[in-house]
Design a protein around this ligand. Sequence first.
Ligand code: SF4
Length: 239
Amino acid sequence: MGELLNLELEQKTAAVRERLAAAVGEYGRVVYSNSLGAEAMVLTDIIWSSVPEIDVFSIDTGRLPEETYELLEKLQRRYKRNLRVVYPDAEALEGLVAAQGVNGFYHSLEARQACCRIRKVEPFKRAIAGYGAWVTGVRHEQSATRAMAEPVEWDAENGLHKISPILDWTEEQVWQYIRTRKLPYNSLHDRQYPSIGCSPCTRAIQPGESRRAGRWWWEQPESRECGLHPRVRHAAAQA
Ligand code: SF4
């Protein structure tokens, strides 16, 4: 790579490349579910530079902030390729909005989860169907839920393996990598948005708050996941 990473980060990057290449060797078709967050910039760079056999997609829920579309455009320009964008089923979405209103997700946990299911989980399931493994950018530091994650897990709900190659990266290392490689990133990160999802369900955090405090902030912390990373871990397979 052109710009030099420090030794520890270089080693961690090499380990990610190895894990991803090993996943392709072991599971055949592998797909990366790109969240377009800071971690995703690292993984996109590594995958598109070193493990291009891995397919990449991102979900457009229809409620993303404008800054996320600007980032998509920047990624397309930097890597000279279009990221596959997956959309919710139009009919299901019409039914959801007819039933709960356009911003019904604020009204109850069930309504919010129904929205996440139609706008995120169903398109995600469609996008990973037929693959042997999917890749995610979760890190141990991100939440109590994610602290329990393993590098390779059997995702029983979706029937394929789940690979988390940057679990042990710190937030500082993610940003070191982004800055050293001069990667594009979502400009909301510069405005106290460490974790970015849909516009109406994401806000800036205050000093001292956890990095996910800006996601579904009106709910209890235990429920603040969109359904792509189930909390109950199923028989984990080791890397
Ligand atoms: S994050 Fe909010 S707007 Fe986006 S899918 Fe979930 S409930 Fe709907």
